[in-house]
Design a protein around this ligand. Structure first.
Ligand code: MEV
Length: 329
């Protein structure tokens, strides 16, 4: 039996634009997905997920690729989660040259599904690491990130960047632009506060929406490029340790993402609650449509304000997690 864990993340800057080759900066946060893989003596895959902030569910899967998972909770998110786990196990079989390996997989996650905190990337990264180790193969974090990216790319119909999976595998603060993925050292302490509306967006649909806007309107394509400019500025501000400037640029990024149609009423309400409480900056994180915002505030005021904001289900401080994927057992 092998257990691995991998962190969730927030986007400081650059979601959506990163899909079109613009840079993005993300930070791993201390909320983790833990995946245990235990080899079976047949080729089946049994998945148990008790803590995906959905009611607990168990699915048993055949070894046949055409098999549909037998899911007793008819939630598209659950099916998507199963698609990610199925893809991760395929990658582990390929890496270990064991095409008929079967597993009992258990997922426990502190990261809400589809909420912009990188739940799927963390589950895929941890699952590839645990399942390959269970088959006697140790992959380095970069290889795990690359294989996890292939899974996201497939599940998201070719519309995925390397950002979420690289950040989860590498940990810390990272820069991603196309295939150029690296950790950023010497970043200042970033006082993250996260607000969660209890909902979720459909990443595939949101990414497709931005793509069609970009194709229809030159100014939408310009907006995507403008996000790239914000990210470049933001990365310089980070390097200078200028947290105030980072906050202002996060505000700007949120405005551009709203223009691209990926915010929502509850995300905007939480962003404004954070700004009015004195946050240095606030924006949605991840694909949008619902889920989480991230704000910067050294005081307790944003955290307190979000706890009393209608539509905000949970607010918490998030610490940067320097560790990426790691073996737990
Ligand atoms: C989703 O967490 C982030 C997006 O930029 C998609 C991607 O980068 O794959 C919207």
């Amino acid at each position: 039996m092998a257990t691995s864990s991998a962190p969730g993340k927030v986007y400081l800057f650059g979601e959506h634009a990163v899909v079109y080759g613009e840079p993005a900066v993300l930070c791993a946060i201390e909320r983790r997905a833990r995946v245990t893989a235990e080899a079976r003596d047949d080729d089946r895959l049994r998945v148990q997920a008790n803590d995906l902030t959905l009611d607990g569910f168990t699915v048993t899967w055949g070894g046949d690729a055409d098999d549909r998972p037998d899911v007793d909770v008819p939630t598209p998110l659950v099916e998507a989660a199963m698609g990610y786990i199925d893809g991760a196990v395929e990658q582990a079989r390929d890496a270990a040259d064991a095409p008929a390996a079967g597993f009992d997989v258990t997922v426990e996650s502190e990261i809400p599904l589809g909420a912009g905190l990188g739940s799927s990337a963390a589950v895929v990264v941890a699952c590839i690491d645990a399942a390959t180790r269970e088959l006697g193969v140790d992959l380095d974090a970069e290889t795990v990130a690359d294989r996890a990216y292939r899974v996201e790319h497939e599940v998201q119909d070719g519309e995925a960047s390397r950002a979420d999976t690289f950040c989860s595998a590498a940990g810390g603060a990272v820069h991603v632009q196309g295939d150029d993925c690296r950790r950023l050292d010497d970043t200042p302490n970033l006082p993250f506060v996260v607000g969660y509306d209890g909902g979720a967006g459909d990443t595939g649909e949101l990414v497709a929406g931005v793509r069609s806007l970009r194709e229809e309107f030159d100014f939408a394509a310009d907006t995507v490029e403008a996000i790239g400019d914000v990210v470049r500025r933001g990365e310089r501000a980070l390097g200078d340790g200028d947290v105030e400037a980072v906050g202002r640029l996060m505000d700007f990024d949120h405005g551009l993402l709203s223009a691209l149609g990926v915010s929502s009423r509850s995300l905007d309400t939480m962003v404004w609650a954070a700004r009015e409480a004195g946050a240095l900056g606030a924006k949605l994180t991840g694909a949008g449509g619902g889920g989480c915002i991230v704000a910067l505030d050294r005081t307790e005021q944003t955290h307190t304000a979000l706890q009393y904001t209608p539509g905000c289900e949970e607010a918490f401080r998030a610490e940067l997690d320097a560790d990426g994927v790691r073996a737990e057992r």
